[in-house]
Design a protein around this ligand. Structure first.
Ligand code: BES
Ligand code: MN
Ligand code: ZN
Length: 490
């Protein structure tokens, strides 16, 4: 698929389909749109009347034009009220147009959408994201591709000439989102600690990042008892991934991104039962998926910031070698943990990953983790939870997420919630009481951060969606990649 930014307007464009965004209660055609309507023998105004199209956000209507017209199909998409226009509105409108054009078997599509806050570049990027992310298809595990027949070949961004660089940047970001989606969607018999390490290797080779893989023995030497405790029962070797992107010249900042990397979470001996959603626990490396997706995007975008991408990857399995409920593990900072629940394993792997990252002299670090069902109970499927002792970093992440159209909601990080994790025999337990379970999980992580400004995102809700939503097809969303890239680039 080719994206082109062009000066021309819908009036002068010719091709298969044109998508036109219209604001609410402003569907009377004037100026160039009225001229276009005339040129197309009134098909646009007829469509507005016939479909009772009012421009409500999310609404759409399609018609074909009379034979011999320069444009074969017209797609109208409602944008809602002009004062509430957001980048996300444009992303979703572009997605609707792309999906309808594809359904209509169009090969060429032109998009006519308003410019957001005088920024042609931001507008072009949002449109590219909407089109690319919504048309994404993953046929790796199907015997036959479901995507037969015609494909959209070209997308023209009308009135956005000069935004070529923004378009190519947006495509690079989408490549990172696609990688994250593929990693998350791949089942645990296809995505393992070994393949995750191979993916990191491929990113390093393709985009010139440095790669360090710590094998089990290396992790033992570093005293990563919490991570290795989780890895005990797996027949697959654990892999501790550390990818580094270094810019040419002095970096403006040094940042860390740490992802929970459980390629499968059975719960361990506190095994997940029927009805627990255990068959979905391939998504438990969603944090690591977003981390590697961001690494790919950053490798392509080459910002002036040094970024460390870290994940302690393993499975949480059961066998005679499994850690027992009640076992006491020692993390690499010397703190001891009574494992009162083997299903609270993500925080154990993150503990050693955070201790490792904390020693790198970073200006800030953020971890992403499908950490708790409690976060999904609190916030539902759309929002990730955000915790940070540092309001400035929390603010940076909130605005990065806002621009990305990825929803985050800040949650309290309060000492009192750690009280429930006091242990009689060790420094702490790994599980507190059920109420506020996502908060005590964040408080647990905090015990392994010493000197680095840190934030935690619990992405258990938004990592996956069974239903299509906006520009996310059903399945893995690639949540987090665009927020992370915005954060690094800001
Ligand atoms: N991987 C799960 C959390 C999860 C839930 C991810 C739903 C994606 C969707 C995590 O390891 C887990 O099992 N958490 C437990 C913690 C509990 C034992 C304290 C939970 O949330 O029930
Ligand atoms: Mn678990
Ligand atoms: Zn888990």
């Amino acid at each position: 698929m080719e994206f082109r930014a062009t000066e021309i307007s819908a009036l002068d464009w010719s091709g298969d389909a044109v998508g036109i965004g219209l604001f609410e209660d402003a569907v009377e055609l004037t100026g160039p749109m009225a001229q276009l309507d005339e040129k197309l023998a009134g098909s646009v105004s007829d469509l507005i009347a016939d479909a009772e199209f009012k421009g409500k956000e999310g609404s759409s209507a399609v018609t074909r034009t009379p034979k011999g017209s320069s444009i074969r199909k017209v797609i109208l998409v409602g944008l809602g009220k002009p004062e509430s226009l957001k980048l996300e509105t444009l992303r979703r409108a572009a997605a609707t147009m792309a999906k309808l054009a594809k359904k209509e078997k169009s090969k060429s599509l032109a998009l006519s959408l308003p410019v957001f806050q005088d920024s042609a570049d931001q507008t072009a990027a949002a449109i590219v994201e909407g089109v690319e992310l919504s048309l994404y298809q993953d046929n790796r595990f199907k015997s036959e591709s479901e995507d037969k027949g015609s494909r959209l070949e070209s997308v023209d961004l009308l009135g956005l000439a000069g935004s070529e660089a923004a378009i190519s940047r947006a495509r690079n970001v989408c490549a990172g989102v696609f990688l994250a989606r593929q990693l998350v969607a791949a089942p645990a018999n296809a995505c393992t600690p070994i393949t995750m390490a191979e993916t990191a290797q491929a990113i390093a080779a393709e985009h010139g990042l440095e790669l360090e893989i710590l094998e089990k023995e290396d992790c033992e030497k570093l005293g990563m008892g919490a991570f290795l405790g989780v890895a005990l029962a797996s027949d697959l070797p654990p892999k501790f991934i550390h990818l580094t992107y270094k810019p040419e010249g002095e970096p403006r900042r040094k940042l860390g991104i740490i992802g929970k990397g459980l390629t499968f979470d059975s719960g361990g001996l506190n095994i997940k039962g029927a009805g627990s959603g255990v068959e979905m626990m391939k998504v438990d490396m969603g944090g690591a998926g977003a981390t590697l997706g961001a690494a790919k995007a950053i490798g392509l975008l080459k910002p002036d910031v040094e970024v460390h991408f870290i994940s302690a990857v393993t499975e949480n399995m059961i066998s005679g070698k499994a850690m027992h409920p009640g076992d006491i593990l020692t993390a690499s900072n010397g703190k001891t943990i009574e494992v009162n629940n083997t299903d609270a394993e993500g925080r154990l792997t993150l503990a050693d990953a955070l201790v490792f990252a904390d020693k790198l002299g970073l200006d800030a670090m953020v971890d992403l983790a499908t950490l708790t069902g409690a976060c999904v109970i609190a916030l539902g499927d759309d929002y990730s939870g955000l915790w940070s002792p540092d309001e400035k970093l929390a603010g940076e992440l909130k605005s990065a997420a806002e621009v990305a159209g990825e929803k985050v909601w800040q949650m309290p990080l309060e000492e009192k919630y750690f009280e429930g994790m006091k242990s009689v025999v060790a420094d702490m337990k790994n599980t507190g009481p059920r109420p506020g379970g996502s908060i005590s999980a964040a408080m647990f992580l905090k015990q392994f951060v010493d000197k680095t400004t840190w934030a935690h995102l619990d992405i258990a809700g938004p990592v996956w969606s069974d239903k299509e939503s906006g520009y996310n097809p059903p399945g893995a969303t690639g949540y987090g990649v665009r927020t992370l890239v915005n954060w690094v680039m800001s």
